[in-house]
Design a protein around this ligand. Sequence first.
Ligand SMILES: [Zn+2]
Length: 309
Amino acid sequence: MQSPRNPYSSADIDRASHEREDEERMIELASSGEARFVPIDSEKNLVKTGGNPEAVFLQGMMARAVASAADTQIFLGYVEGTPYFAVDVTGRETPLGELGEFVDLRQVGPLLFAREGSVLAYARGMTYWHRRHRYCGVCGATTKVTRGGHVRMCTNENCKTEHFPRTDPAVIMLVHHGDKCLLGRGKHFPRGMHSTLAGFVEPGESFEDAVAREVYEEVKVRVNNVIYRSSQPWPFPASVMIGFHAEAESMEFSVNESELESARWLSREELRPENMPKDGSFFMPRRDSIARRLIEEWLGHEAGASING
Ligand SMILES: [Zn+2]
């Protein structure tokens, strides 16, 4: 069974990756009046605020003016047959301020239509990568954009290394034992927030191994029955979260203070909405996060399905 999608992923984006090779096609699409452009300024997305936030996509004259002032146009694919491009306007003078406000997507993501949020996240992730790969990591020469913005190739004739957009996998896991689950507090969490444990996958490591290692590193607990649940793109700045449930061998734990501030076991009863303290001393992660979904699934609420729209 296909699990419901998490926010920032969308089946409605046809990436049409086979078209990226065709440079003429890319130019034709970008200059056609129907193309929509997704502007990014310093990792921020353009959103019409005041009331329900809405993504601002540029079209026609405005799109051409903005795109011609930017270095890079990235073909994102099609949404319902309309081609979309991301365009990085960081440091450029543009009149876009009249159309909306550049904001961190995480501030408005849960309020956007699921598909809009996905397009904005994708555009943000791509432009972030481009801005950090202007030089070849092998020889230090400049790189140039090719294949619709999905490859940067080294301009040194003797090197010509191709660099691909990177996404760093991170595992995120709800650790449970009997009727309780273990939630922790990272050092930079807002006061009261408790969440699942998480960490980056290392080279040469399976996701399941990464789950076991991270849990042991953070709370000195051994886990079994590591079961995949779902995943979520998290281009803030460059991750994909791979979500699991994992069963603890025992309830004894010891917090690694270089990684976590604290951790605690909570029963299903304690996590019922009506039992949450009203003073903000304990709350769960945001509704657009896979962490929340992993908790809700374990509780049996399946909130993930309902926040997808
Ligand atoms: Zn090179």
